[in-house]
Design a protein around this ligand. Structure first.
Ligand SMILES: Cc1cc2nc3c(=O)[nH]c(=O)nc-3n(C[C@H](O)[C@H](O)[C@H](O)COP(=O)(O)OP(=O)(O)OC[C@H]3O[C@@H](n4cnc5c(N)ncnc54)[C@H](O)[C@@H]3O)c2cc1C
Length: 390
């Protein structure tokens, strides 16, 4: 990769030549940069912040391949899974092959799980109530069974995103530039703070900050809205260990693999009647353990074009009450609270726009960017390479 300095009237600007320039070092940007390197292309990855602080470090690190609906979504999930496993073997990334565990506390939940487990491609295993409590230390009260989603993987998002960026930074044919806000893009050229990148292929992955992109890049992005999620980190009760990430019936009416089954209609109706406050707050309980033992608990979903910056204690209390009930404890010690934001477009998993020749803007719009980005990036690269002549 060629790096030069040119003198201008103001300050000298560094110039980088690369075959691919990726803007944004969250999971979506990292996935595209890694895919470009996998194909032997030189890469410049440009990030506004000094390390990633967006949605990619604020999530559960739950790689929920099983949750994707049949067809393109599930194909993308399986492709992504292969690449996660590759990266687990070739980088410092710590990947946990734990699967995830969906816990049924009613017969209608069990019926949804059985419908999913009936598809052998899902590699999901139905469990008795006893097998669920043998696998994870939860309160046995009311549990009627569960499903071990063996395909699913887990990472610590804070460490994983850093490990993937490090893998690129250590690669002589990749260059990672932190603290560089990209303010202008034209075909073949990206202008960032103190830096110009000449690249025939440009992939822009701004996450929820798509509205701060230069106007030339915004066509097609107006259809997006924002989704804000409240999250908690709590001390694990009595040093308990949870290998798989845990989810309950609330996830079965949210994720397409479950929600698309006819059996989910009954469940949705019952939960709507029994727990309207949870459905209104878009709560689906997910619990994932960090390497130091703490539990990440979430999440809530609030949608809007402009989102209030204020965390709602009422929503945290609802989440904590759900978690306490599942774990069979009276109280959980909260260590951290935060929120994350992702762009949303109902009914889609990715939005890929082509605002300029050789330029793509890529957004995960389903809140599953950790799970799917590595599977989407090959499609985006295929499309660009077919026309770019690199
Ligand atoms: C709370 C929460 C929980 C979630 N849980 C899960 C989960 O368990 N599993 C899962 O699969 N998905 C999960 N998701 C979704 C997943 O985290 C996102 O889909 C994914 O992280 C999006 O990655 P991204 O790179 O698009 O966005 P981000 O991580 O936000 O990264 C975008 C980056 O672009 C940079 N950028 C923007 N504009 C510019 C510019 N002009 N110049 C330079 N840099 C710029 C930003 O600084 C930022 O670093 C969750 C999301 C949230 C919010």
């Amino acid at each position: 990769m060629l790096v030069t300095c040119i003198d201008s009237m103001s300050a000298p600007a560094q110039v980088i030549e690369a075959e691919v320039c990726v803007v944004g070092a969250g999971m979506v940007g990292l996935a595209h940069a890694l895919e470009a390197r996998r194909r032997g292309l030189s890469v410049a990855l440009i990030e506004r912040d000094h390390h990633a602080v967006g949605a990619s470090v604020r999530n559960f690190g739950h790689l929920f391949f099983t949750s994707l609906g049949d067809g393109e979504g599930f194909d993308c999930a399986l492709r992504s899974r292969e690449r996660w496993l590759e990266l687990g073997a070739s980088t410092t990334l710590e990947l946990r092959e734990t699967g995830s565990l969906l816990i049924a506390r009613a017969e209608d939940e069990l019926a949804v799980l059985e419908a999913v487990a009936g598809d052998p491609a899902r590699e999901a295993v139905m469990l008795s109530a006893e097998a669920v409590t043998a696998m994870v230390p939860v309160d046995a009260t009311g549990i009627v069974g569960g499903m071990h989603c063996t395909l699913d993987l887990r990472v610590d998002p804070r460490a994983a995103v850093a490990a993937l960026a490090l893998a690129l930074a250590s690669d002589p044919d990749a260059r990672v530039e932190w603290g560089r806000h990209v303010h202008e893009i034209e075909p073949g050229c990206v202008h960032a703070h103190g830096l110009t990148i000449n690249a025939p292929i440009i992939i822009v992955c701004p996450g929820p900050d798509y509205r701060s992109l230069p106007p030339a890049l915004r066509p097609g992005l107006d259809q997006l809205t924002l989704c804000r999620l409240q999250m908690l980190r709590v001390a694990a009760p009595l040093g308990r260990h949870f290998r798989p990430a845990l989810a309950t019936g609330l996830s079965m009416i949210r994720y397409p693999a479950f929600a698309s089954r006819p059996q989910a209609a009954v469940l949705r109706k019952r939960l709507g009647a029994e727990r309207p406050e949870l459905l209104e707050a878009g709560i689906h309980l997910l619990i994932a353990q960090l390497p130091d033992g703490d539990l990440v608990i979430g999440d809530t979903h609030t949608y809007g074009e402009t989102l209030a910056p204020f965390g709602e204690e009422r929503l945290d209390e609802l989440l904590l009450a759900e978690a306490c009930a599942l774990l069979g404890v009276a109280k959980l010690e909260v260590r951290e609270r935060w929120h994350g934001i992702y762009p949303s477009l109902p009914g889609s998993t990715f939005l890929v726009t082509e605002p300029l020749a050789g330029v793509r803007v890529v957004e995960n719009v389903a809140g599953l960017g950790m799970t799917l980005s590595l599977g989407q990036a090959p499609l985006v690269l295929d499309g660009l390479l077919a026309t770019a002549g690199v």
